[in-house]
Design a protein around this ligand. Structure first.
Ligand code: GAL
Length: 416
């Protein structure tokens, strides 16, 4: 279900008739876009709303991947003080919808024709029981590697296309005294790397069976052990200060030429662009070796919390601003993601952005588009967190690969 993208092109300048008037208030937006690149992208949205006379109350909660933001959100909702709009991912959205907490966006969606242009893979999380409950902003994907072109050239390294080529490149960098892999030791970052490593080790059927179907045999398989062995190789090739480092500081190590590679979702591109670097010239983006045909995606969306029984004019205006084709291009060019509509031209996008859009369409076409485990699009939060615990414990040397596999099976079983 989450693999089908619609290709319908239906671009009309929405009349905004039902929602154009009557908004005078502010929107309070809870999000975790606090890095340089993320803040630059968020500014595109703020300015769009300000242009419509809508004020913006910023509620940033730092912490990549959004775990801390979700904790703050739960506290706010429990206190009866939900923000107007909240950045969210995958299964978390469906969870809030199940609790009846979200405003019905159907009228807005109908007016702007969302059903015709939003990919099915995103609708699977933006709609609950046929009702639109969130506004999709983008499509990110996690199976990317980012590299400093000059560092690669100086060390005679070609873009690796297999795990073996990748390990050889890592050894070359290590011998040259460069940190081979820039990494931040936080559970969600370890898991982001694991998305790509697992896909590369076992292929798409393995990934789907393990992370989406939660098949205990696959979770406990030799292939899973091999994936953990590859994680151990990666652990050996990060610097001594990796623990707790924020993802954007790891990106900065690649930008500064201190490190060769970072495995991270394409929000990392926002950091390169924000630093004034050019895709394909100063930095390279490529799919994690062995996952060239696959895409593990996560889509940021804004849930609108139901505050007085129906969607407010400000919430409607925010949702419509997000889904407008112009905004989708302007925002995603800065953010590093692909648009959440299938009818947006790739013209304004750089080489990595064009590749993101082309890869997404191709992966969807070939049945190789899968929700990211690390970013809440493969399994509900309890299962995701159980996997995080095992992946991180292994990365930090608490478990060997054999134990990690056993723990994975047990942890996932308990979490369900
Ligand atoms: C992801 C989110 C991205 C980016 C990243 C790091 O979960 O989808 O938009 O913000 O976290 O903060």
């Amino acid at each position: 279900m989450i693999r089908i993208l619609t290709t319908t092109v239906a671009l009309t300048a929405a009349p905004f008739a039902a929602f154009a008037d009557g908004h005078s208030g502010d929107v309070e937006v809870l999000h975790w876009w606090t890095s340089g690149g993320e803040a630059a992208a968020l500014n595109v949205l703020k300015e769009d709303l300000e242009g419509q006379g809508i004020g913006w109350t910023d509620m940033p909660v730092a912490g990549g991947g959004g775990e801390q933001a979700m904790t703050v959100l739960r506290a706010r909702v429990t206190a009866g003080n939900a923000p107007t709009a909240v950045q969210a991912l995958g299964f978390d959205i469906l969870d809030w919808a199940d609790q009846g907490a979200l405003a019905d966006l159907n009228a807005v969606a109908a007016e702007q024709g969302w059903d015709d242009v939003v990919p099915e893979a995103l609708k699977a999380f933006a709609k609950s029981d046929g009702q639109w409950v969130s506004a999709p902003v983008n499509v990110h994907s996690t199976n990317w590697v980012w590299a400093n072109t000059a560092v690669l050239e100086e060390n005679g390294i070609e873009i690796p296309t297999t795990w073996e080529e990748f390990t050889a490149a890592v050894e070359t960098l290590k011998a040259a005294g460069i940190t081979p892999i820039a990494h931040g030791g936080q559970a969600w970052q370890d898991a982001t790397v694991f998305d790509a490593v697992a896909m590369s080790t076992g292929g798409p059927e393995f990934y789907e069976a393990a992370f989406i179907d939660l098949d205990p045999e696959v979770l406990g398989s030799d292939t899973m052990r091999e994936a953990f062995d590859r994680m151990a190789f990666i652990r050996e090739n990060v610097d001594d200060n990796f623990s707790g480092r924020d993802w954007n500081l790891a990106t900065a190590m690649v930008i500064n030429g201190e490190a060769g590679f970072q495995m991270m979702g394409d929000w990392a591109k926002g950091e390169f662009v924000n630093a004034g670097l050019t895709a394909g010239e100063d930095f390279a983006c490529f799919r994690f070796p062995g996952t060239q045909d696959q895409v593990t995606f996560n889509a940021d969306q804004f849930m609108m919390f139901d505050q007085d029984g129906e969607v407010s004019p400000e919430q409607a205006a925010l949702a419509m601003a997000i889904l407008s084709p112009e905004f989708q291009s302007a925002f995603n060019v800065v953010k590093g993601s692909a648009p959440a509509r299938t009818d947006v031209s790739d013209e304004a996008f750089d080489a990595c952005g064009k590749k993101a859009m082309a890869d997404l369409a191709a992966a969807n076409e070939s049945g190789n588009l899968f929700g990211s485990m690390a970013h809440g699009h493969a399994a509900p939060a309890a299962v995701k967190n159980a996997m995080f615990d095992v992946i991180t414990a292994h990365f930090n040397g608490e478990f060997d690969s054999e134990t990690a596999v056993e723990e994975m099976v047990t942890a996932v079983e308990i979490a369900q």
